[in-house]
Design a protein around this ligand. Structure first.
Ligand code: CA
Length: 227
């Protein structure tokens, strides 16, 4: 059974989450503040954490940092905040995804299932090496992309971008994380690089580059690859 830790101080949201999660056979623990969340996480070892950023005793980002000191449990941030800075801060602190309040329960549950699935060990290690979309196929082992039966010629930088995004399929990758993984640890603010390279990638891989279906921009935050 998948165990979910809900960290939220608004009783109505907690109630809605608990009812919906239990109806889908999740085991649910709920914490109404950050200190309780850290205690419950250590005691119960949840499989996924749903975390409100605005808690009465501490900032949700501090909870993320506290958890990341010892666990890689997937953390999905529930945020009512509208500035992307705070969401980016949460992602950089180690959150896996975020859902903006007010959220639809179906969307939240889909994100939760995806986060749990990504956290599962991949068994043979071969699984997920080839990722197929309607338009192109990414072979992570061979480091190749095929489209319409032919190899697509990608520059090393384009390939690295594809690789990072595809390995995080369905998950938002922050601008800073992409820059650091592809260009190096001293990068982080050169978001214009990302715009240029993502435009090139879309021209090579998207059926309609001006309406991308696979390389999605999350404005001000980062990028997400969808199959
Ligand atoms: Ca709150």
């Amino acid at each position: 059974m998948t165990r979910v830790l809900v960290v939220e101080d608004e009783p109505q949201i907690v109630r809605a989450l608990v009812i919906n999660l239990k109806a889908r056979k999740y085991h649910v623990d709920a914490a109404h503040d950050g200190a309780t969340a850290l205690q419950l996480a250590a005691a119960r070892h949840p499989d996924v954490v749903l975390l409100d950023l605005g808690l009465p005793d501490m900032d949700g980002v501090e909870v993320i940092k506290g958890l990341r000191g010892w666990t890689r449990v997937p953390i999905i941030v529930l945020s009512a905040r509208h500035t992307s800075d705070e969401k980016v801060e949460a992602l950089d602190a180690g959150a896996d995804d975020y859902v903006t309040k007010p959220f639809g329960m179906d969307e939240l549950l889909a994100r939760l299932r995806a986060a749990v699935r990504r956290a599962e060990p991949t068994g043979s290690g071969e699984e997920g090496v080839v990722v197929e979309t309607a338009t192109f196929i990414v072979d992570l082992a061979a480091k190749k992309v095929h489209r319409g039966g032919a190899d697509v010629r990608l520059t090393p930088t384009e390939w690295q971008l594809v690789e990072v995004l595809v390995r995080n399929t369905g998950r938002l990758v922050s601008q800073k994380q992409l820059l650091q993984e592809v260009w190096g640890p001293s990068y982080g603010k050169e978001t214009n690089y990302l715009r240029v390279y993502m435009a090139q990638l879309r021209r090579k891989l998207e059926a309609d580059p001006s309406h991308p279906r696979h390389f999605i921009t999350e404005p001000g935050m980062g990028y997400r690859f969808e199959k």
